[in-house]
Design a protein around this ligand. Structure first.
Ligand SMILES: [Fe+2]
Ligand SMILES: [Fe+2]
Length: 189
């Protein structure tokens, strides 16, 4: 690491990496719980979001290594509650990343013209917005107790393998966040 700007970027990237690695672990555990509750669609959503967070962690990790750092993170124990509570906790985590964590990191990366860090942060923010929308929808449905809700159905989600953008349906020819071909999205059930 050659200058303070670079060290700062690595510090932010490591914090983001840790956040993504832990979100991945939480969502995998939340998916198991949702299956137990018969909320198969919610379980698929957790698995899809978990895959997206893994993609974010890999993207951040690549930039960390490019800057001479080592991508490592502490995994915290996961608190698994009911699926409704897990969805709310997942939503609040996403909102924190969208509103606070990533904008701060992005501002700093932008001020240092650090394009690699900027790109991985922007991609993560855009994907986390899709998670927040999907979690909000799932919360409303689980709270409503509707019998034909997608949260209960066997469902497939699409995850962009480049940026982690997550969708319930095919939305376009290309990823709305990173422009990657939709054919290259991964289908997560
Ligand atoms: Fe997310
Ligand atoms: Fe994408």
């Amino acid at each position: 690491m050659v200058n303070s700007g670079c060290e700062l970027a690595v510090k932010d990237l490591l914090a983001a990496f840790e956040s993504e690695v832990n979100a991945h672990a939480s969502y995998k555990a939340f998916a198991v719980k949702a299956e137990e509750e018969g909320l198969y669609g919610a379980a698929s959503l957790f698995r899809a979001a978990a895959r997206a967070e893994q993609i974010h962690a890999a993207n951040h990790g690549r930039v960390i290594r490019q800057m001479g750092g080592e991508a490592k993170a502490e995994i915290h124990p996961v608190q698994v509650k009911t699926t409704l509570e897990n969805l709310k906790s997942a939503l609040s985590g996403e909102q924190n990343e969208i509103q606070s964590l990533y904008p701060g990191f992005l501002k700093s990366a932008t001020s240092h013209l650090d394009t690699s860090a900027m790109r991985t942060f922007i991609w993560a923010i855009e994907a986390e917005k899709t998670h927040a929308r999907l979690y909000s929808g799932a919360i409303a449905l689980v709270e409503s107790g509707k019998a034909d809700a997608w949260t209960q159905a066997e469902l497939a989600f699409y995850v962009c393998t480049l940026c982690g953008y997550t969708a319930k349906h095919r939305e376009a020819e290309n990823c709305p966040a990173c422009n990657f071909l939709w054919e290259r999205f991964e289908v997560i059930r």
